[in-house]
Design a protein around this ligand. Structure first.
Ligand code: FE2
Ligand code: FE2
Length: 203
């Protein structure tokens, strides 16, 4: 099944599309974009590992996120291959202002489930935005080989988005999750609106 069909009923759309100019400027600085992307994959894997460690009592979460960690790490490996084959270097990780801003919106306190759901929704949002950016890249980047690469990553991140949203709805009342999800979407749109478009960042 095409990814858009498989997720269309579950996909709650981002409120602000990425500025289409971003792809053109990103392609002109491919080394920086690939390095930033590699670290996004590393952070996605690390974030899932932290959730497993911090919320170990939720069996289904542990099981699903263990699979997601493996997939994110394989994405890291694939991006690293793209870096190496072009003679680029991995370089240092950069400050991720997008994720820092999103973290500020995580509500503290409440039950274990409340805390878990906040983190699941933040992760779902990062997956949704990554999916949107990969779609833009796969459609608009000029390098043919990278079109396929970004398309495959887009499909995978869409699956992760669904994993996070479904887990959130499993551990908390669905209506409350949907209300909070709308708040997260509105907040994320503001974050994107206020971030400058950069040629060296995935976000
Ligand atoms: Fe990924
Ligand atoms: Fe992902």
């Amino acid at each position: 099944m095409h990814w858009e069909e498989s997720t269309k009923n579950k996909m709650l759309h981002l409120q602000l599309p990425t500025d289409p100019r971003w792809v053109n400027i990103a392609e002109m600085n491919l080394e920086e974009i690939l390095v930033d992307h590699a670290y996004c994959e590393q952070k996605a894997a690390s974030s899932c590992i932290s959730l497993i460690v911090n919320f170990h009592e939720f069996d289904e979460l542990v099981e699903i996120l263990t699979t997601v960690v493996a997939e994110e790490w394989s994405h890291f490996e694939r991006v690293l291959d793209q870096i190496k084959k072009r003679g680029y270097k991995l370089g240092k990780p950069r400050k991720d202002e997008y994720v820092i801003k999103l973290s500020e919106f995580v509500k503290k306190g409440g039950s274990r489930e409340d805390q878990l759901v906040e983190h699941l929704l933040m992760n779902a949002l990062i997956e949704a935005r990554s999916c949107e950016r990969f779609k833009l890249l796969s459609k608009n980047i000029l390098a043919e080989e990278l079109k396929k690469f970004y398309y495959e990553l887009m499909v995978s991140e869409a699956g992760h988005y669904v994993n996070f949203i479904e887990l959130a709805r499993k551990y908390k009342n669905e209506e409350k999750v949907n209300t909070r999800w709308k708040e997260w979407l509105a907040y994320e749109a503001e974050v994107i609106r206020n971030l400058e478009i950069r040629d060296d960042r995935m976000h």
